[in-house]
Design a protein around this ligand. Structure first.
Ligand code: KG4
Ligand code: ZN
Length: 335
């Protein structure tokens, strides 16, 4: 019999719901993005995000059920992002999921947001099974993990300061591109020279697979300040392309070195920054040179969505994970 999981995601500024069959097949994927609202403020305003989630979650879930062509009571279980993320936004999803599961008398499963990002890879790669290595790069996280089982993760590297996406967003704001910065830097970089500036590629002490992006961010800001003091114009595209190259070089070299050290033959890229065209191309090329298979989700499954939560929720449900009505949001939930 098919297992249909309703996934709910509200950890940041996307109100999302989706239905997935047997952890691999997406029957519906509804995403209400609040980006336009937060753009005005140059970043996500948590209080506004919470209120918008409350307004939208009901209709988003209803649409996910309808688009899947099922009745609500046909779902097997409800899976919801319990953390990490912004506490207010998380609480909206968790509270809604609890009420929904209770009303339908269905099991509830709490899902880790980053595990969800990794699971996005299962949707379009039916052959993908643990173990594999995953590089998760999002607005809040930069992790290199070994996925030893569907519900078992070994962290091999993580950022010591800014997440990669956070650096993209801050640099974009500094060069006047606005929020969200990632897609804008990606686009404008195609017209720039990635060798125009030599921004630093940070190494973190004796932790070969850890990351640090605050140095490259500061180097960009210093470059901009220096230009301003001299009254010089900066070329936005050149700065963007050079910054992107510095970040991409580090992500790719760490991921490939890590795969080689652990004898892993496959890397699954995940998270919002995984939709970056330069990163996808550079990792693919490095993978080919080193005999490592590189996979990534379609862009719609890279940025926050609930299909990934439904897919990860399926595996956790099958392993027996169940949450009670005391499930709480955990903003700094560890992997
Ligand atoms: O995974 P995600 O939607 O949310 C978090 O869990 O954080 O990631 C959002 C991040 C933002 O920082 C955004 O600027 C970045 O992903 N991003 C990109 C691209 N698309 C989104 N960064 C670089 N290139 C892109 N094409
Ligand atoms: Zn995310």
């Amino acid at each position: 019999m098919d297992t249909l999981i309703l996934g709910i995601e509200s950890s940041c500024d996307e109100t999302a719901a989706a239905v997935a069959r047997n952890g691999r097949e997406v029957l519906s994927n509804v995403i209400y993005s609040q980006i336009d609202i937060h753009t005005e403020f140059g970043g996500v305003v948590p209080e506004i995000a919470s209120r918008k989630h409350i307004e939208k979650i009901d209709s988003v879930v209803e649409k996910a059920i309808k688009d899947a062509g099922i009745f609500a009571d046909e779902i097997t279980a409800v899976a919801v992002t319990k953390g990490p993320g912004l506490v207010g936004p998380l609480l909206v999803g968790v509270s809604f999921a609890k009420a929904y599961a209770y009303a339908l008398d269905k099991p509830l499963v709490g899902v880790h947001h980053i595990r969800g990002h990794v699971a996005a890879n299962y949707i379009e790669h039916p052959e993908l099974k643990p173990p594999f290595l995953s590089l998760i790069v999002s607005g809040g996280h930069t992790h290199l993990v070994r996925v030893t089982d569907y519900d078992s993760f070994e962290v091999l590297g993580l950022t010591q300061d800014d997440a990669a996406g956070e650096a993209y967003d801050k640099v974009a704001r500094a060069i006047g591109l606005g929020y969200p910065g990632g897609p804008k830097i990606d686009k404008i970089s195609k017209e720039g020279n990635p060798e125009a500036y030599n921004f630093p590629r940070a190494k973190v002490g004796d932790s070969p697979f850890d990351f640090s992006f605050s140095g490259v961010k500061s180097a960009v800001l210093n470059q901009l300040n220096a230009a301003k003091m001299k009254g010089e114009e900066i070329n936005q595209a050149d700065v963007a392309a050079s910054f992107q190259k510095a970040v991409t070089d580090v992500l790719v070299s760490h991921a490939v070195d890590c795969a080689k050290s652990f004898g892993e033959k496959r890397i699954a890229l995940a998270g919002g920054v995984a939709s970056n065209t330069a990163l996808r191309a550079a990792l693919k090329e490095a993978g080919e040179e080193n005999g490592i298979d590189i996979i990534y989700p379609s862009p719609v499954y890279c940025t926050d969505n609930a299909a990934m939560i439904a897919c990860q929720g399926y595996y956790e449900y099958m392993k027996g994970s169940r949450a009670g009505l005391d499930l709480n949001a955990v903003p700094n939930l560890k992997l």
